[in-house]
Every structure is written in C-alpha cells, then in structure tokens.
Design a protein around this ligand. Structure first.
Ligand SMILES: C[S@@+](CC[C@H](N)C(=O)[O-])C[C@H]1O[C@@H](n2cnc3c(N)ncnc32)[C@H](O)[C@@H]1O
Length: 285
C-alpha cells in the first residue's frame, strides 16, 4: 500500500539497514531490499509463521533476514541478529491479502472456516472461542470500542441468543449473524455490515493497539539519529497512537502534517487502501 510514498519518506539507500515490521505478502520488503542492495539488509518481521515461510521461500537471494515475532519485540529481534541500530522502520499494520484469502483463518465474511482472526495461529485465543465465552456486555464493549460500531449492544445480544442454541464457529455464519442484528438501511452499501465487528474482534484477539503502542515507544531506541519511521494504519484509534507518538519533539520531527492517503487510482485497484493512513517521522538526535 502507498509504495511510492513509503519509499520516498523512508529515504532508503544502498548499504542501509532497515526493518519491515509487517512483512505480509512482502511487497514493501522487496522494494526495501532493492533499495538497500547487496551491501544493506532488511529485517522482515511478521507474527504470522506462514507469511515468514512464504517470504523466506520467495525472497531467497535477496538481502533479507526473516523473524517470526511481534514487531513490538523489534529490539529483541535486532539483538538476536547483533544489530544495534537501523536507518529506517516501516509498519504497515492490520491484516494481509494472503490472510484474507486463506479460508482457514476466518478473515473473510464468506469463509466457511473457523472465525480465528489471529495473526499468529500458534498462540492466544481464536475469535470464535472469545465470542462463545465472553459476557454479552464485555463483547458489546469490545465491538463498540475497537469497531466504533453503534449497534454493538444489539450485536452482542444476538450473539448471546445464537450461541445458546449452538456454539458459534464459522466466519460466514458469524458475518450473517451480525448482519441480521443491524438495521438494513444503517450500513453504507460499500462496506459489509459485519466489517466493524470483525475489525473489533481482530484487534482484540491480537491486542493490536497494545503492540502498536509499545512499538512506537521502542522504535526510537533503535533508530539512528536522522533515521526514518513510517506507519500505515487503517483505523482511527491506531492513527491517533501514531499521531501522538510523532508529536514528541524530543524524539521525532514529524514529516507528515496530515496523514497521506491512497490516490483514487490505488483505491480503484485495491479497495482496502481507501482507509489507509500513512504518517512518517525522522528521529532527531
Ligand atoms: C497489511 S499486511 C502487510 C503488507 C505488506 N506491507 C506488503 O507489502 O505485502 C500486515 C501484516 O502485519 C502482520 N502483523 C500485524 N500485527 C503485527 C505485529 N504486532 N507484529 C508483527 N506482525 C504483525 C500481519 O500478520 C500481516 O501479515
């Protein structure tokens, strides 16, 4: 997403060391690897073991080292590679197209696989378990806070009623359940009525805001003076964290007064880019 803008803000050149904290399908990692060249290095991190395996297979021969980790553990990842500091860090948070396309992960509303929604399927609690066990009031709070969904209480009540009959399991059944709890005319036609609820559960099971908050505190400790950081987020709560972190003038010179958004051309090619917001900053000494 926003590849030209990311590369321009990160100002990566030959021989540099950079971290891509969210490898995903590897689009940005490849661009970064080309820019740093054989004398440089890209450290590509992802929580998803499948993303790491695929990246390692497909990018063999490029100057990239892969680490299956949370990007908030960036200092530990760099320690393991004996790297003290880097010239740039990129975070492109959220889920990837590969995760969306994988029926077994439950990211898609049409998936008959389990409503899992974890980035790292080897740890933590899948979303289907969470929706079957939580009190309706707590579910409503999550859906309201992380999904900014005004019908959170109605949705939570419907979840509680449905799971009484049979535990909730598949993503597609869950999407239908959510849609049936929302008044028809209330949802703008271009987004699925379950979009906000899926987003809320994904943020909850992956503790996404916590990871981002910790990462924003720790990144400056490993960036060289003048080093750049760029973050692409998709959610107002994430964007606020980034905006607030880059406001700290003792650490950062903010390079984006307002967040950069995808061009109409990019949105036409990739509809998910319509809510992407890019902010970038330079580490001050
Ligand atoms: C939007 S995709 C990245 C796409 C990538 N920039 C590209 O060009 O293909 C987000 C990726 O970040 C990963 N991710 C999300 N939160 C993470 C975290 N806290 N630590 C590490 N990886 C994370 C997800 O598993 C997913 O693969």
């Amino acid at each position: 997403m926003l590849p030209a803008e990311v590369m321009s803000f990160l100002a990566v050149g030959p021989g540099m060391r950079v971290v891509d904290g969210t490898l995903g399908g590897g689009g940005h990692t490849r661009l970064l690897a080309e820019a740093v060249g054989p004398e440089g290095l890209v450290v590509a991190i992802d929580r998803d073991p499948e993303a790491i395996d695929r990246g390692a297979r497909e990018m063999a021969g490029l100057p990239v080292r892969f680490a299956q980790a949370n990007y908030c553990d960036l200092p530990e990842v760099l320690d393991a590679l004996a790297i003290e500091s880097v010239d740039a860090v990129l975070l492109d948070v959220g889920f990837s197209s590969d995760q969306l396309a994988d029926d077994s992960r439950g990211f898609s509303f049409t998936s008959d696989g389990p409503l899992d929604l974890r980035f790292d399927t080897t740890e933590g609690e899948p979303a289907w378990r969470l929706v079957n066990r939580m009190k309706p009031e707590s579910l409503a709070d999550i859906i309201y806070e992380y999904g900014e969904e005004r019908y959170s209480r109605r949705i939570a009540r419907r979840i509680a009623a449905v799971r009484e009959r049979e535990p909730i399991r598949s993503a597609s059944d869950f999407a239908r359940l959510v849609a049936s709890a929302i008044p028809r005319q209330s949802s703008p036609s271009r987004i699925h009525p379950a979009t906000r609820t899926f987003q809320a559960l994904r943020i909850a099971v992956n503790q996404e805001l916590k990871s981002l908050r910790i990462a924003l505190e720790r990144i400056p400790t490993r960036l060289v003076s003048g080093g750049r950081c760029a973050v692409i987020s998709f959610h107002s709560l994430e964007d606020r964290l980034v905006k607030d972190a880059f406001r700290n003038r003792q650490l950062w010179e903010c390079l984006t007064r307002a967040p950069i958004e995808a061009s109409p051309g990019e949105v036409a090619r990739n509809s998910r880019s319509r809510s992407a917001k890019l902010r970038a900053a330079r580490r001050v000494s």
